[in-house]
Ligand binder design. Structure first.
Ligand SMILES: [Zn+2]
Length: 185
């Protein structure tokens, strides 16, 4: 979501036990809203807005501690984390595609050494299963990047303009993703 010129990436969890909405911010800058059963996704966004100064202050505080989790590898890890990666990709695509409304075909999770994601001419979006270890802001960037390839199939100016509609600081995120020591975007 974008609010007061800030781009806040968040994810939503639904909990049977939760009695009211709550927000948690983790040290990798992930913002997670927990909703009791029966609450709509829109209420999560409203809730973040109502706590906005706290959210932005906390995110600022975590900035120096951003870190990357150690990387996984091998077929066993792929099998183990594939579904989690798919769930994450689905959530993020749903969240960001609200703004773009692009039509896509399938979402695939792959075990690749050298790529974080790709978009095929058939409109399939592919993601590396290791996205489960990325800070959410980088997953957000990756998802927006691949979504925008549905419209622009190269890295020309209109492509980056499209990306910057939701990710004004995409250059920072792009170089951050490049410096994560395993797959190369
Ligand atoms: Zn690309």
């Amino acid at each position: 979501m974008i609010f007061q010129n800030k781009n806040i990436a968040y994810s939503v969890r639904v909990s049977r036990r939760a009695k009211r909405m709550r927000i948690a911010i983790y040290c990798d800058s992930a913002v997670v809203v927990t909703l009791p059963l029966g609450f709509s996704a829109d209420s999560a966004e409203e809730f973040i807005k109502s706590k906005f100064s706290w959210v932005t202050k906390t995110l600022e505080r975590f900035k120096p501690y951003r870190h990357f989790a150690p990387y996984r590898s091998g077929r066993r890890d792929y099998k183990k984390f594939k579904n989690q990666a798919k769930q994450l990709a689905l959530e993020k695509i749903e969240q960001w595609n609200k703004l773009y409304n692009f039509a896509f075909n399938k979402i695939n999770i792959k075990n690749q050494k050298s790529r974080w994601g790709s978009c095929s001419k058939k409109g399939n979006l592919n993601f590396n299963y290791k996205i489960v270890d990325l800070p959410h802001r980088l997953v957000d960037y990756l998802v927006v990047h691949e979504l925008c390839h549905l419209k622009e199939f190269n890295h020309n100016r209109s492509f980056w303009e499209l990306v910057s509609q939701t990710m004004p600081d995409y250059k920072v995120l792009r170089s951050e993703l490049r410096h994560v020591n395993n797959p190369i975007p």
